[in-house]
Design a protein around this ligand. Structure first.
Ligand code: IDP
Ligand code: MG
Length: 137
């Protein structure tokens, strides 16, 4: 059993695809162990994406992530880090496989609808960034 952090980013919330993203998770047998809507400050988005702080897109990315409400979720299941990344598709929607969330809904490489942790260590940090133990069911 594994856990991962998912975010429906501000573009996903604004486009009204939250329900469809959750439907795809549940149809894939993934359990939602925690969920809430948040609106990050720029500083909170910078803390979340600290690993990318040297990248040229860091300022624009954290501006975008703090531009509106996000829905953060803890997903649980066997191999769920990989399963979630497969459902999301490649970072750039132009390179994402048909039928993936990003291919179906994302407008560009930055505004790509969803976030998903990429490894057990990042999942542990990212879950702890938004949820305490009492909020995970
Ligand atoms: P991931 O979300 O698929 O794991 P990362 O490389 O970890 O992709 O990048 C984090 C986020 O930063 C992406 O989801 C996307 O929103 C943004 N991003 C990544 N690469 C670029 C880029 O080249 N230009 C603009 N934004 C980018
Ligand atoms: Mg990443």
């Amino acid at each position: 059993m594994e856990r991962t952090l998912s975010i429906v980013k501000p573009d996903g919330v604004k486009k009204g695809v939250l329900g469809e993203v959750i439907r795809r998770f549940q149809a894939a047998g993934i359990r939602i162990a925690a969920i809430k809507m948040i609106h990050m400050t720029k500083a909170e988005a910078e803390g979340f994406y600290a690993v990318h702080k040297a990248r040229p897109f860091f300022s624009s990315l954290t501006e975008f992530m703090s531009s509106g409400s996000c829905v953060v979720m803890v997903l649980e299941g066997e191999n769920v880090i990989r399963k979630n990344r497969d459902l999301m598709g490649a970072t750039n929607p132009k390179e994402a496989a048909a039928g993936t969330i990003r291919r179906d809904f994302a407008s560009d490489i930055e505004h790509n609808i969803v976030h998903g942790s990429d490894a057990p260590e990042t999942a542990a940090f990212e879950i702890g960034y938004f949820f305490n133990a009492l909020e995970i069911h």
